[in-house]
Design a protein around this ligand. Structure first.
Ligand code: C5P
Length: 301
């Protein structure tokens, strides 16, 4: 058996601390303003050198469309000669298509890890460019941490990392066909705003303050609640379980509440598990700081 180099990386989920849609663009995308934060609900990827390029996932429910791992690896190796290969094993913990960025995070982790494994000369700028071609949220996940996202989500400004905060995340186990594109398409003028709320939250975090819970509104709430019967009841159910305020992450259906006390977070999650049973994935998470993407910082063994 030849010695095969291998590398394991984590791919964290994200929450959106507020999400405003500003306008529809000529290219069909939308300009938005949001704050991304990586949190401690993580998938894990192991990349092992191989002649072929192939990906395996421990979640048989993950469709090819939702698995951006192979797309990212193929985009990275491009026309490199000789063509490097790898077996990529993806272990999922992040609920799929929930608004928690799992697929985008997997793609970014693949770019970072495969560059290190294959010892490619790809620069950080080229990596960011490839990330943006794979998906609007992928550039954020290269580094993760806390960042203000503008443009279609790919224009990023790093923000200080909020400390002493716990989130209870509730991801209902429902599938919404073509969720992201169709929710963008059903936005109305009244769902659009000028980005002032997100800018105010960013300014707050920038000056070292904690998250302002009154600034977590999300432009997808109306179209999502109209699309999914029963979902509008989730925030009220979360409040009855002790959640001070409830916010939507990305295009949903994951919701979260933020609290300053880990015991309170656990109590809320226990009540929600008893209320919701197996109909939702419930997790208590904390922020995950930014990571290095330098190939030398990855332990290829
Ligand atoms: O970039 P991504 O592949 O995640 O986007 C999926 C779809 O969501 C796009 O094809 C587009 O319809 C919509 N979208 C958008 N504006 C954004 C991001 C995504 O309209 N900022």
């Amino acid at each position: 058996m030849p010695y095969l180099r291998s590398l394991t990386v984590t791919a964290p989920a994200k929450l959106n601390l507020g999400l405003e849609i500003l306008r529809r663009r000529e290219d069909g995308y939308h300009d938005l303003a949001t704050i991304f934060l990586t949190v401690s609900l993580c998938d894990e990827l192991t990349l092992t050198e191989n002649e072929r390029l192939e990906a395996h996932c421990d979640d048989p429910g993950l469709g090819a469309e939702e698995n951006l791992v192979l797309r990212a690896a193929k985009a990275l190796r491009g026309n490199t000669s000789p063509r490097p290969g790898a077996t990529i094993e993806l272990r999922k913990a992040i609920p799929v298509a929930a608004g928690l960025g799992g697929a985008s995070s997997n793609a970014a982790a693949t770019l970072v890890a495969a560059r290190a494994l294959w010892r490619l000369p790809t620069s950080d700028e080229e990596l960011a460019l490839l990330a943006g071609q794979i998906g609007s949220d992928v550039p954020f996940f290269l580094h993760g941490g806390c960042a203000l996202g503008r443009g279609r989500g790919d224009v990023l400004k790093r923000l200080p990392f909020p400390a002493d905060v716990w989130f209870v995340v509730v991801a209902p186990r429902i599938s919404i066909p073509r969720k992201t594109a169709s929710l963008y398409a059903s936005l109305q003028t009244s769902d659009l705003s000028d980005g002032a709320m997100v800018a105010a939250q960013a300014a707050r975090l920038q000056s070292g303050h904690d998250i302002d819970q009154s600034l977590l509104a999300n432009a997808f709430s109306r179209p999502l609640y109209e699309r999914v019967p029963g979902l509008p009841e989730l925030p009220e159910l979360m409040r009855r379980a002790g959640a001070p305020t409830v916010a939507l992450s990305g295009a949903g259906p994951a919701h979260y509440t933020t609290v300053g006390d880990p015991e309170l977070a656990q109590q809320i999650s226990v009540r929600l598990r008893s209320d919701l049973g197996n109909t939702a994935c419930i997790a208590v998470v904390t922020p995950v700081p930014e990571r290095s993407i330098l190939p030398g910082d990855y332990d290829v063994s």
